[in-house]
Ligand binder design. Structure first.
Ligand code: ZN
Length: 331
């Protein structure tokens, strides 16, 4: 039973900043932030992504600078996406020993040994058709094949671990890929490399700007045969349960702001380390409205991330990580 007015006056605890801080239930901490970065071949390359102001495709030397800056502000981890020079129908660049992500991991590992390097494990950036798996076309049309795709994903994950990745993060939503990756990592001697799985990843329109950033838009069809339907919450819990059974160490919900209910249910159901991916569309909407003077960028960004924390996220993957780290320091 809770108290009743007038004995109970909730406003008593809101009278000063110090009192409000004293009873604050949720905090944003720089140690929770992960900065996604896009790397491609070249030197001194800083190619802007139009729909994501302040986000760039970077050559490895520039990637190192961005990562070092984030790290110096206390951001503990980066999440790497690669844009290969050549794409093909078997995503060769995804698991090439000297692929762009593998090169970037080695560089970061050498220059910033304390920075956690997480690699996105998927095939879409490396496929000529832009899908996350192998495409088979016959009379019935084009289908994404699950099991052969999973084999390539496992190869990619091992190549990332060999390059020195601290964590691998499969984002493809194929069935059984976490087990295949866990098994492949273990066989290759990487029993201590954790898997952060994109466990509940929805086929979301909020990913729009990312496809320009990663140059991974599908050339035909869409991703609805592998990513989840936005209408489904119970299915998201089943997906997370499967990934945990298969060996996921951290589970992710993506997108974040449109899935706060999912984050909450995942955290309360499983109690696992839970990551929220605040996706490109969330970032771009804030940037665009702020550029027009319609909203306060800092306030809306911090409130959005706090809402993800409140819903149950332990880890916040955000393109705004560097600004957020600065804002937290200033607060
Ligand atoms: Zn993909």
């Amino acid at each position: 039973m809770i108290g009743q007015f007038p004995a109970c006056r909730p406003r008593r605890l809101r009278q000063s900043a110090a009192l409000r801080r004293l009873v604050s239930e949720t905090q944003l901490n720089v140690a929770q932030l992960v900065l996604p970065l896009f790397v491609r071949a070249g030197r001194k390359l800083h190619k802007p992504i139009e729909a994501m102001p302040g986000v760039f495709q970077l050559s490895p030397d520039e990637l190192l600078r961005e990562a070092a800056q984030a790290h110096s502000l206390g951001v503990p981890a980066v999440l790497l996406f690669g844009i290969p020079e050549k794409k093909d129908s078997t995503a060769t660049g995804a698991y090439a020993h000297n692929g762009i992500v593998q090169q970037a991991v080695r560089l970061l590992r050498k220059e910033l040994p304390d920075l956690l390097v997480i690699t996105d494990v998927c095939l879409c950036e490396y496929m000529s058709h832009g899908h996350c798996g192998i495409v088979h076309t016959d009379k019935r049309g084009a289908r994404i094949l699950n099991d052969p795709t999973v084999k390539l994903l496992a190869r990619a994950a091992v190549s990332h671990a060999e390059a020195g990745a601290d964590l691998v993060a499969p984002s493809d939503m194929m069935d059984g890929r976490v087990r295949a990756i866990r098994t492949a990592l273990d066989h290759a001697g990487f029993t201590d490399t954790p898997i952060m799985s994109y466990a509940a990843k929805f086929a979301s329109t909020f990913y729009g700007p990312f496809r320009e950033a990663a140059e991974s838009a599908p050339k035909f069809g869409d991703r609805r045969s592998y990513q989840m339907d936005a209408a489904n919450a119970n299915e998201a819990l089943r997906e997370v349960a499967l990934d945990i059974q298969e060996g996921a160490d951290i589970v992710m919900v993506k997108p974040a702001l449109a899935c706060l209910d999912i984050l909450h249910r995942v955290k309360t159901t499983f109690g696992y380390p839970t990551a929220a991916y605040s996706v490109s569309g969330e970032f771009s909407m804030i940037k665009a409205a702020a550029a027009k003077g319609w909203i306060d960028e800092r306030g809306v960004t911090l409130e959005s991330l706090l809402a993800m924390r409140r819903a149950g996220a332990d880890i916040l993957i955000t393109y705004a990580a560097v600004d957020v780290a600065r804002w937290i320091k200033q607060a």
